[in-house]
Design a protein around this ligand. Structure first.
Ligand code: SF4
Ligand code: SF4
Length: 445
């Protein structure tokens, strides 16, 4: 096998799945929740309530007419006490509805089993559920389920890979809500007329594979595929290749190669909504890392401050040096533990001193490890060179736009180059440069 073989791309990061056998513990209703209006890819929702309003569980409190949007529901019953602005971890601002809870958890009258009879009513229900990709991407599910070439889609791929170290919340979905996963899969296959479903799970979760195989027995068109445990098997394009052998060409979408990919917890949540109309109001989150006293999986209401989630897990046993929302490869570092739980938040990791390496960059030694590890077959060192030189043509030629920000290059770099951050900035600058070039061309005409 050549060192450039596809199977050797990505990295063998330690799994650290310490909380695999931790059954999800339900957190109590907090005194206050902070429900952010930016919980999906796309523009933030408009706030539909005002201070003083009484709200109930499942009530829509934010929505937007934008194409890439998803409604936001109240996770609690209580009174709106304010509309705050919070600074998101990426530096943008978002409106946040502050609700003082009455601890009654009274359901809103809109929470009832949706009437689903065909594709149109199914897609309406998916939007009504407020569903977004719960694996971290936050892509609105009703858009994903409605590609323009749906008739050409023949395969639904369920992402149960959970390849990021530490995170086990999807695994707990498999073990605790496997029946919901199957119900959700069958609904998608039926209403979108997709004949085949492949559930991809990494082979470091043998009990999860066995459980889904048992549940899939006798269900036409559904099979479970064991994947080599190698990061980033759960990345959309990697998963499509590993399960079907199909390659999504540059600038194309999964539906263009006949696939729709969905996270396994999203599918379980869809089944829940179809059963009783309860939208997405709570999330199973893995709480782990050397600074957490009692690492475990918890079910927290959306909008619960992270500090309260950490306190529920016994607080900090050591001084935290780094707090992350998400996994260590693609997660976002948080500057503030009052930040609330979001829909697509699947982990809170608090690392202690011993787990946070000193990060002094040294010069690139042209070892090529970043190239060998890149699952998108890019040349991260060349992209960095082009970025440093403001060489926009180079950034285009080296296809920085294909970078999925998985972090494999930075993880394998002995010089500790900040490659992912560089690529993120490079993508943004290239976008701006391209717009400027287009405007100039337009001006000439
Ligand atoms: S260049 Fe992008 S896609 Fe390739 S390894 Fe680095 S972060 Fe991942
Ligand atoms: S892995 Fe780091 S040191 Fe090696 S070639 Fe890539 S950027 Fe340079």
């Amino acid at each position: 096998m050549s060192i450039f073989d596809k199977r050797l791309k990505g990295v063998r990061a330690p799994h650290c799945k310490n909380t695999m056998d931790s059954a999800t513990q339900k957190m109590p209703v907090p005194d206050k929740v902070y429900i952010c209006m930016s919980q999906h890819m796309g523009p933030p929702c408009d706030v539909l309530v005002k201070p003083g309003d009484e709200v109930k569980v499942g009530q829509v409190i934010g929505d937007s007419g934008a194409f890439l949007s998803s409604p936001i529901h109240s996770s609690v019953s209580g009174k709106v006490t304010g509309i705050d602005q919070i600074i998101m971890p990426n530096g943008t601002r978002s409106k946040t509805v502050v609700i003082e809870t009455d601890k009654e958890q009274t359901y809103h009258e809109s929470v009832k089993k949706p009437e689903v009879t065909d594709r149109e009513s199914f897609l309406k229900a998916v939007r009504g559920a407020g569903l977004v990709g719960l694996g971290g991407a936050g892509f609105p599910s009703h858009i994903k389920f409605n590609p323009k070439n749906l008739d050409e889609v023949d395969t639904l791929i369920i992402n149960g890979a959970e390849c990021e170290p530490y995170i086990t919340s999807d695994y707990r979905t498999i073990m605790e809500r496997g029946e919901d996963v199957m119900t959700g899969i069958q609904a998608v296959m039926k209403y979108l007329n997709i004949p085949t479903c492949i559930i991809g799970i990494e082979d470091n979760k043998p009990k999860g594979i066995a459980r889904m195989q048992e549940l899939a027995k006798g269900v036409p068109g559904v099979r479970v595929q064991s994947l080599v445990a190698r990061y980033p098997q759960g990345a959309e394009k990697v998963l499509i290749f590993e399960t079907t052998g199909r390659i999504v060409p540059e600038g194309k979408l999964p539906a263009d190669v006949g696939c729709i990919v969905n996270n396994i917890t999203t599918i379980a949540q869809l089944a829940r909504f179809l059963k009783d109309g309860l939208p997405l109001i709570a999330k199973c989150v893995t709480v782990d890392g050397g600074a957490i006293a009692k690492p475990q999986n918890v079910q927290a209401l959306i909008g619960t401050p992270i500090k309260e989630v950490v306190d529920f897990c016994g607080g900090y046993s050591k001084e935290p040096r780094k707090l992350l929302m998400g996994g260590p490869m693609m997660g976002t570092a948080l500057y503030d533990e009052t930040y609330p739980i979001l829909k697509n938040n699947n982990a809170i990791l608090a690392f202690d001193e011993s787990q946070v390496e000193g990060y002094a960059e040294t010069a690139c030694i042209r070892c090529g490890r970043c190239v060998r590890s890149c699952p998108m077959n890019l040349m991260p060192l060349r992209i960095e060179d082009a970025f440093i030189k403001d060489d926009y043509q180079g950034l285009q030629d080296y296809k920085v736009n294909l970078c999925i920000e998985c972090g494999c290059c930075a993880y394998s770099c002995p010089a500790k180059r900040h490659l992912v951050q560089t690529h993120r900035l490079a993508k943004a600058r290239l976008r701006r440069w391209t717009q400027e070039q287009t405007a100039k061309e337009g001006g000439k005409g």
